[in-house]
Design a protein around this ligand. Structure first.
Ligand SMILES: O=C(CO)[C@@H](O)[C@H](O)COP(=O)(O)O
Length: 241
């Protein structure tokens, strides 16, 4: 089994930084009302290595400090990372690992059971794109992934098959709940917050009437603006100086 001490000093520093990031992002899940008890997880690749960091399974969010974050190989096995031997990685580790192995552009993965997104997963219906915020963030509907049992590659396969050719960073795994991806864990947490928000507002709209479909050309324009123009761009400063 590989050990943390087998890594270079630079790689060990990257592991320590990633553990800090992943630990603090877990606090965003209860803070944003996305999880109850211990039901959700965040992971991130460790830059400059073929490892990722994920929370230990079934541990209270209050106890998720950097030093209990588990370090895993891309096949999902825990390395000798300095944590207690009994500290098992999240039960969704195989799904996260599968995504990292098959989507090299993905640097962070999140899973929650946030209530509105999970309700759409329970009925197996994609969230239709009827809000500008959805066009911005998801570039279309939030898709449904196949039903898959926890414990092997099935969930990961379903996530990858659904998201590989989609603009959406979120998939609602049927009868289970949302999994989100991003360039890093922060982006995947943002997608988890956003998917719950649009699942909730679309549900509310359905109580008032029939949400109005949007033209694909408008969805495309909104998506392009949000992805490429919205917000701050550090690169602009570099070009000006
Ligand atoms: O969906 C499931 C179990 O069905 C999991 O997401 C758990 O709810 C959280 O598990 P750990 O990450 O604590 O193992």
């Amino acid at each position: 089994m590989r050990a943390l001490t087998d890594l270079t000093a630079e790689q060990q520093e990257a592991v320590a930084n990633t553990r800090g990031i992943v630990a603090s992002l877990h606090a965003e899940l209860p803070r944003n009302g996305l999880v109850v008890w211990t039901a959700g997880n965040v992971s991130q690749r460790v830059p400059g290595t073929d490892l990722f960091v994920i929370k230990p399974s079934g541990v209270s969010y209050d106890e998720l400090a950097p030093d209990v974050m588990v370090v895993c190989e891309l096949d999902g096995t825990k390395i000798n990372d300095g944590t207690a031997a009994h500290l098992q990685p999240s039960s969704d580790t195989a799904a996260h690992a599968y995504v990292y192995r098959h989507m090299p552009e993905v640097g962070g993965v999140v899973h929650t059971h946030s209530p509105y997104a999970t309700a759409w997963a329970a009925v197996g219906e994609p969230v239709p794109c009827t809000l500008t915020m959805m066009a911005d963030e998801f570039g279309g509907p939030v898709p449904i992934g196949p039903f898959a049992l926890i414990g092997d590659d099935s969930i990961g396969r379903g996530i990858v098959e659904t998201l590989r050719d989609s603009r959406s960073p979120a998939v609602l795994m049927q009868n289970h709940g949302p999994f989100t991806i991003g360039k890093d864990a922060r982006a995947a947490v943002k997608a988890a917050v956003m998917v719950e928000e649009v699942a909730r507002t679309t549900f509310l709209a359905r109580q008032l009437g029939t949400p109005i479909p949007m033209d694909q050309a408008d969805i495309d324009r909104l998506y392009d603006r949000y992805q490429n123009v919205y917000g701050q761009h550090a690169d602009d400063d570099e070009q000006e100086s």
